[in-house]
Design a protein around this ligand. Structure first.
Ligand SMILES: [Zn+2]
Length: 386
């Protein structure tokens, strides 16, 4: 038996079980909104671990095939002390994934993503729960495990999560790149901007002077915008544009989608207003029209370094000899939603790399370390060792 410096028995992570679980999960297709097969498999696994499992109605609300899964070590939500979350969906191309383990690295064989984002998070949570159960910590850990649907492209599962416990002091989303020990404590809010520029159609050869080229107007507007990284906290992008029907028609309409993000709410609002203003002014200056819609997709969050949720993660990392890295992120995650709902939630790095590309991979060693890290966090919470 192995003990740590305090004489506590070191929990045994089974690398073989963890990797087998991960490989099984990535081979179950779960595109956003169609996670039913994976949810059924996970329900079985959670039940066999002895957890109380519920499925909420987020899927019905969103037109998806399943709801979020909510599983607890106790059937009393009042006892919830620690909230762990990973999302079930994966980005495209993410169907028919065939994983390959080679020299301690797991990647996808074909032309797909691996889906470590975020099945690594799910596998790590399952392994940690298994170990905690074997170690007899179930009764005192007050653990609630949430596997969300449809995180990619809108955080829809988290936004529609039916979660009744009012005050869980600690939340962790396992959905971040960076080595284990990476703790995201700040993430931006995001606005989505959609716009249609309306000009006037005409024959491009016979009477072009009667037309008003919407593509031309739109190009002028975009050329005036500040895009990309605007400062340390703020980014903006026009990411989609479509319009026109044929070369012999002066295009009457262009549709575009863009976004702004910032760690600073005021800067994000200002940037969104600026982009909308440019679209309107430019359209007006050509005699065209701009119909614009903006929506705040998710709020940002900022956790203090002294917050218990950060301190537990830092101390758990240190006690495993990992370097805690407190990080600001440029991306949103389910943690943005949970923080806005009053659960202080950090996003933890699992070592997944090149996510959202067909070169995505994760090291077996990082999966194992992440599972050990999770066990440590659960134990620290149970001990009240904040
Ligand atoms: Zn993810």
């Amino acid at each position: 038996m192995i003990s740590d410096v305090k004489g506590r028995v070191i929990r045994v992570i089974s690398e073989r079980r963890l990797v087998a679980n991960f490989l099984e999960l990535v081979q179950v297709d779960s595109p956003s909104g169609r996670e039913r097969k994976l949810a059924d498999l996970l329900k079985e696994k959670l039940l066999s671990l002895g957890l109380f499992v519920q499925e909420d109605k987020a899927g019905q609300k969103m037109g998806g095939t399943t709801g979020n899964l909510i599983a607890r070590t106790s059937d009393f939500s009042q006892r919830d002390r620690l909230f762990l979350c990973a999302h079930m969906d994966t980005v495209e191309p993410g169907q028919g994934i065939k994983p390959l383990v080679e020299k301690g690295i797991i990647r996808a064989k074909g032309n797909t993503v691996l889906g470590a984002d975020d099945k690594a998070g799910i596998a790590v949570i399952l392994e940690a729960v298994q170990v905690i159960k074997e170690e007899g910590w179930f009764d005192r850990c007050g653990l609630v495990v949430v596997f969300t649907i449809w995180e990619e492209g809108g955080l829809y599962g988290a936004k529609n999560l039916y979660y009744t416990s009012s005050r869980v002091p600690l939340g962790y989303v396992l959905d971040c790149d960076g080595p284990p020990g990476t703790i995201v404590i700040q993430a931006p809010s995001q606005d989505k901007i959609t716009a249609t520029i309306k000009g006037r159609a005409a024959h491009a050869g016979i009477n072009p002077e009667e037309g008003l080229n919407a593509i031309y107007v739109c190009a002028h507007a975009i050329a005036r915008m500040s895009l990309g990284r605007l400062d340390e906290e703020t980014t903006a992008n026009i990411g989609l544009i479509s319009g026109g029907r044929a070369t012999n028609i002066v295009p009457e309409a262009v549709y575009l989608e863009g976004e702004t993000r910032s760690l600073n709410e005021t800067k994000r609002q200002k940037q969104t207003e600026e982009i909308c203003g440019i679209l309107k002014e430019t359209a007006a200056s050509f005699g065209a029209k701009a119909c614009i819609n903006t929506e705040t997709i998710y709020p940002g969050f900022c956790l203090s370094e002294e917050a218990p949720v950060v301190q537990v993660a830092v101390k758990a990392a240190q006690s495993l000899g990992l370097t805690p890295r407190l990080k600001k992120s440029g991306g949103g995650s389910d943690a943005n939603i949970f923080n806005s709902q009053g659960i202080p939630t950090a996003n933890l790095g699992l070592g997944m790399q090149k996510v959202h590309t067909t070169e995505e991979f994760i090291r077996v060693a990082d999966l194992v370390t992440s599972a050990r890290y999770m066990v440590e966090i659960i134990k620290k919470t149970a001990e009240g060792n904040l």
